[in-house]
Design a protein around this ligand. Structure first.
Ligand code: BG6
Length: 298
């Protein structure tokens, strides 16, 4: 059966390969497993809570309406990364047979009230539609944000994707050199000078306004592990917690699991998007398999 829905989750299986599947929790509309030919493409902490008691540590949590913490008016009381990842979304059903495609929705009536009420005092009307499309060797997630209010409001969006790798010390990410980034650890903005992104310690940078024509590739020992394409998502957060930060996160297990993951997070987080009443905005992430290394200059 290509689409199976239970009380708490939806599982899509590719019609031509029973070992290619995606599992989505209604909680946070969080994709917590994506397998291609039986191989996990996303990292999931062994201590991740899948019972709706806290955002999932791993998979693809959704970040809305704020990335990180913001002191901007209307956002200052919201917890880190907003409320989309800790609200239970509504499963709308299957919209395409092949590739199997499903939709989820979130609106104020469904949102986690405790957190939603901290965004502009819970005064913003919105509809989010998440579309998940499972192809043979790719996973596409699209978010559509609609302002159903009578006034404009602003927001960030981000797909917080935890990609599975074999070892972070053998991994690089290409096509970001020359881009401007805000280093969340140094609290500084600078131009990326390294010819490729490599990892030796905690890493937390927001690459801003990266042309969506640029493909991002996660390459391990010369082999492409993941390709990430973006539509209308100009910013890319790259994050690895390394030793100390992983130790400090109760739901991050095993503690040396930082070797096995890298977050490459397409979003619109460098500034807020202002959405006028009745207007829609959308953005997509496509993660796919494919061996060809593509080097693109700035
Ligand atoms: C990343 C941020 O996107 O998410 C990091 O850049 C943050 O600063 C990380 O630590 C995890 O956030 P959280 O709220 O899931 O622990």
């Amino acid at each position: 059966m290509p689409v199976e829905a239970t009380e708490t989750e939806v599982i899509l299986t590719h019609p031509s390969d029973p070992l290619t599947s995606v599992k989505i929790l209604n909680y946070g509309a969080t994709i917590y497993s994506w397998k291609v030919g039986g191989v996990d493409q996303l990292w999931l902490s062994s201590a991740a809570k899948l019972d709706g008691s806290k955002p999932v540590r791993g998979g693809i949590p959704l970040v809305f309406p704020v990335f990180g913490k913001s002191q901007d008016e209307g956002f200052e009381n919201l917890p880190q990364h907003g409320f989309a990842r800790n609200s239970t979304w509504e499963f709308l059903g299957q919209t395409k047979e092949n590739p199997p495609t499903v939709e989820f929705a979130l609106s104020p009536d469904l949102a986690n009230k405790d957190v939603y009420s901290k965004w502009d005092n819970g005064d913003n009307d919105f509809t989010l539609i998440l579309t998940v499309e499972l192809d043979k060797d790719s996973l596409k997630t699209t978010i559509e944000v609609e302002n159903t209010d009578k006034k404009p409001w602003k927001f960030n969006w981000l797909f917080h994707s935890y990609l599975a790798i074999n070892d972070i010390t053998d991994t690089l990410i290409n096509n970001l050199p020359g881009e401007y980034c805000y280093d969340q650890l140094l609290k500084e903005t600078y131009q990326e000078k390294a010819p490729a992104i490599t990892f030796h310690e905690e890493f937390d940078r927001i690459y801003k306004k990266v042309s969506t024509g640029k493909l991002l590739q996660v390459i391990e020992l010369g082999k492409v592990i993941h390709n990430i394409e973006r539509e209308n998502l100009p910013d890319v957060v790259v994050w690895n917690p390394w030793v100390e930060k992983a130790k400090g996160m109760g739901d991050f297990e095993p503690k040396d699991g930082f070797h096995k993951m890298v977050c490459v997070e397409p979003g619109h987080v460098g500034d807020f998007i202002t959405l006028q009443p009745g207007k829609k905005w959308s953005g997509s992430q496509i993660i796919y398999k494919g061996d060809a290394i593509k080097l693109q200059s700035v």
